[in-house]
Write a protein that binds this ligand. Structure first.
Ligand code: EPZ
Length: 420
């Protein structure tokens, strides 16, 4: 397994270009199941999760072509589509559950392996299933699979007890071909949900209100192919913004969408970082003294849970005490134990972590446990005294395209060590 080796202490300087958003690309690629013909997607990031998604879509009968160098994917879904997403594919990526809605809408039947939990939490899909059954699907859980059948999905008025991003996306896709109108209430407002709605509307769907907590979908007979460009990744952007502040550097982040970053920009400015924004760029200049700032993760437009671990690294070397409350997932402090091994002073109680800033971290061999935790450990290595080796970087490769190369170009002493 590959490792990332970092020698800390270098301020990051220069320009970095952001890739397409993983969490927009996954549902958008999967939405190709809803129509026939060939869809062309641009600015698709070259990530493990993208490859897993294309493997699954190929298994289902779509014809997927990836031009990784051009960041372009073509998907033709007019062949025979099969209704079953098997465990050995779904277990690699829980977002595979997003094929459920489209398969039921298109084939009237679907058999999808239950995704199971993951490192950061149980992550049930009860709200996905509740919504589909309200649209008339008959749901059965057996042998680790969810089986859904519907002669024809019908519009329904659905309220989400919890804000769920992929739950909103799954039901939005199912509703595009349902009879009548579906209303999703307490829907997720993430930019990735809006990007999916934009894609579906470009395919001929009739979706209103995406980006707000009430989304209305008027069902249509069929959808036609689309050419669509994936939006920039706001979490990759935020990760590089924190890295610039952390290393007291000066970094211009281009090809991003500042309008998706309000909470991150606000909190980083409070730490003392100077942040200038342009139409598609953000410049971050790190402060001499990093001030401690409290954060609470919330659904968009609140502070994103996917930035919690990265921000914790910044707070671990800030002046004073900061409190981080994780309200989205029940077990998203796994990175704390590895940061402690690097000298961080962090106390966890329930869903809150109290961080007492220390003058410096010290390099150590550390182990990644999930995607954003691995990013946080790389950030810690950038400022730690000495050498840090991050193991199990396959987690990192799921959601960051060539992260070590991008940091190298900004002056970091970082390399990927390939094992075997
Ligand atoms: C999406 O996951 C993202 N993944 C996650 O990004 C992100 O952390 C999360 O949204 C929150 O923003 C993709 O978009 C592919 P949820 P999702 O359903 O949709 C509970 C990353 O690092 N819940 O919004 O799976 C759930 O347990 C990943 O890129 C139910 O109880 O998250 C959680 O506590 C990690 N029942 C909360 O809701 C359900 O049926 C929010 O989960 C669904 C969710």
């Amino acid at each position: 397994m590959d490792r990332i080796r970092i020698e800390g202490g270098r301020p990051l300087k220069g320009v970095v270009e952001i890739s397409g958003a993983k969490n927009a690309a996954l549902p958008i690629l999967i939405s190709s199941l809803l129509g026939t013909g060939c869809n062309v997607y641009r600015n698709v990031p070259d990530l493990r999760d993208i490859h897993s998604t294309l493997d699954l879509l190929n298994h289902l009968g779509a014809d997927c072509r990836l031009n990784a160098a051009a960041h372009e994917v073509t998907i033709c879904a007019d062949g025979l589509i099969h209704p079953e997403a098997p465990y050995d594919l779904v277990r690699k990526m829980r977002a595979s559950i997003l094929v459920l809605g489209p398969l039921v809408a298109r084939l009237k039947t679907a058999r999808v392996s239950l995704p199971g939990g993951c490192a950061i939490g149980a992550r049930p899909i009860n709200l996905h299933l509740k919504g589909l059954s309200e649209m008339g699907a008959r749901i059965e859980l057996q042998h680790g699979y969810v089986e859904a059948k519907a002669d024809h999905l019908k519009g329904a008025d659905i309220y989400f007890d919890l804000v769920t991003v992929t739950g909103t996306e799954n039901l939005m896709m199912a509703a595009t071909l349902a009879d009548g109108t579906t209303v999703l209430r307490n829907a997720a407002r993430e930019p990735e949900v809006s990007a999916l709605a934009d894609t579906l509307n470009a395919m001929g769907a009739r979706i209103e209100g995406a980006g707000t907590s009430v989304i209305t979908i008027h069902g249509v007979e069929s959808l036609h192919p689309v050419k669509f460009r994936i939006i920039p990744d706001r979490i990759e952007t935020g990760t590089f913004m924190v890295a610039a502040a952390l290393t007291r550097g000066d970094v211009e982040i281009v090809g991003c969408e500042p309008g998706h970053l309000d909470a991150i920009i606000h909190k980083l400015r409070l730490t003392g970082a100077r942040i200038d924004t342009g139409p598609d760029r953000v410049r971050v200049i790190g402060p001499e003294t990093i001030h401690s700032v409290d954060i609470k993760t919330l659904p968009y437009p609140g502070f994103p849970t996917d930035m919690q671990a990265q921000f914790m690294v910044l707070m671990s070397v800030a002046q004073g005490l900061s409190l981080i409350s994780e309200t989205i997932f029940e077990n998203r402090f796994i990175h704390v134990s590895e940061l402690r091994r690097m000298g961080a002073d962090i106390t966890v109680s329930g869903n809150a972590a109290l961080i007492k800033g220390v003058p410096k971290l010290s390099g150590a061999p550390v182990m990644a446990s999930d995607l954003r935790a691995s990013a946080c450990l790389v950030l810690a290595g950038l400022i730690a005294e000495g050498v840090t080796e991050v193991q199990r970087v396959y987690h990192l490769d799921r959601g960051y395209e060539a992260m070590e190369k991008k940091f190298q170009a900004l002056g970091a002493a970082i390399e990927r060590v390939r094992d075997g």
